[in-house]
Design a binder for this molecule. Structure first.
Ligand SMILES: [Zn+2]
Length: 381
């Protein structure tokens, strides 16, 4: 029973890259896709109109942990679900909350049934189980849900990583059983993705994949990346997992990456990515351009009348100068965050569109070469 379908439109003959269409109950999504992060049911600094109309974002990510604690899934459910609550017409993917429980919350206990944690807001105790996170995400009305997983920190021992991976697999089975039961009674379309874990151990990643494919999910996520490991290791973990995942289902690499890394993941068969970097870095004055990074506070931009990125067609670059952006940043003006976030997201989306186009034309290897050359020239950020 498939609720979200995926159609592969082209495959790169040299790398593992694919271009596809992900059909959801809230529209079609062209892949490979980058999903902006809307932690608190908002991408900080941008309106839904900016996202949907100006940036043509087709899918947003929401954080279950945050929205469960505030305003609460029951409130969101009563208000018609997350799409209506935040006036978002396109697709929504929510994580399971597991990652934030492990990274943000206070005292916690991991049991076979789930995870007990204290809210980072007021210390109240809460429990996430494989079943309850499915219920919370269905109350949101998310198009794509994530199964509860345990994301160990880096580094951990092989033994601990194995235990966490085995628990993730057991939780995924419990979550799927519950999800399928709930789906029988729900008319709307949703998909649940299990998450491949295994820390930085290829054998554990492979073992995890072999178990999770038995669930015949609509898509698969690769989690536990970007937790402080060196970049080549993250790519190695994707390489270990990808050949074992079903070719006809989307693969989602969670929490990656820098602009120059996006092509590396796509070349390894990844279809979906998300990352807080474009929006968070924008607010911190760190801007991604086609000519490398711009640290906007630098005095060299004080009198610079040129656009932030001459190759970018976003509203910010079409309208304002680097000097003005620097001024807004220095003055702590709200408009700065909005304009900067808009540009950084546009930069990510442009990269994704260019990659998709290259895959469709059979020119992805040449594209990847040009990106690697440019990276060598600009330096690694
Ligand atoms: Zn721009």
């Amino acid at each position: 029973m498939f609720h979200i379908s995926f159609e592969i439109q082209a495959e790169c003959p040299v790398t593992r890259a694919r271009a596809g269409l992900l059909h959801t109950g809230h529209g079609d999504i062209e892949t490979p896709v980058f999903m902006p992060v809307g932690t608190q049911a908002t991408v900080k600094g941008l309106s839904q109109r900016d996202l949907a109309q100006d940036l043509d974002v087709r899918i947003l990510l929401g954080n279950t942990y945050h929205l469960y604690l505030r305003p609460g899934h029951e409130v969101i459910d009563r208000l018609g679900g997350l799409h209506r609550f935040m006036s978002w017409p396109n697709a929504i993917l929510t994580d399971s909350g597991g990652f934030q429980v492990f990274s943000l919350s206070g005292i916690r206990k991991i049991t076979e049934d789930g995870v007990i944690f204290n809210s980072h807001l007021n210390g109240d105790p809460h429990t996430f189980t494989p079943q309850s996170t499915v219920d919370v995400q269905l109350a949101f009305g998310s198009d794509i849900l994530m199964a509860l997983d345990e994301c160990p920190e880096y580094p951990v021992s092989h033994e601990y990583a194995r235990q966490a991976m085995r628990r993730t697999v057991r939780w995924a089975r419990m979550g799927f059983e519950h999800f399928r039961r709930r789906m029988n009674a729900i008319a709307t379309r949703h998909a649940l993705f299990p998450i491949v874990q295994g820390s930085m151990y290829s054998d554990l990643r492979r073992e995890c994949c072999a178990e999770l494919v038995e669930l015949e999910a609509d898509g698969y996520a690769i989690g536990g990346l970007s937790v402080g490991e060196p970049r080549p290791l993250s790519l190695e973990m994707v390489e270990a997992a990808e050949p074992l995942l079903p070719r006809d289902r989307p693969r989602y690499a969670m929490g990656v990456g820098m602009p120059d890394e996006l092509g590396e993941y796509v070349a390894r068969g990844v279809d979906m990515m998300d990352c807080v970097l474009p929006s968070r870095n924008a607010r911190n004055g760190y801007l991604f351009t086609s000519q490398g990074r711009v640290i906007i506070k630098h005095t060299r931009y004080k009198d610079d009348p040129g656009p932030l990125d001459p190759a970018c067609s976003c509203y910010t670059c079409r309208t304002y100068s680097r000097a003005y952006l620097r001024h807004l940043f220095q003055a702590g003006e709200i408009l700065y965050a909005s304009l900067a976030t808009r540009h950084n997201l546009q930069r990510y989306l442009d990269i994704m569109r260019r990659m998709r186009h290259a895959i469709l034309l059979g020119e992805f290897p040449a594209y990847l070469d040009s990106v690697r050359t440019a990276e060598a020239q600009h330096g690694v950020d």
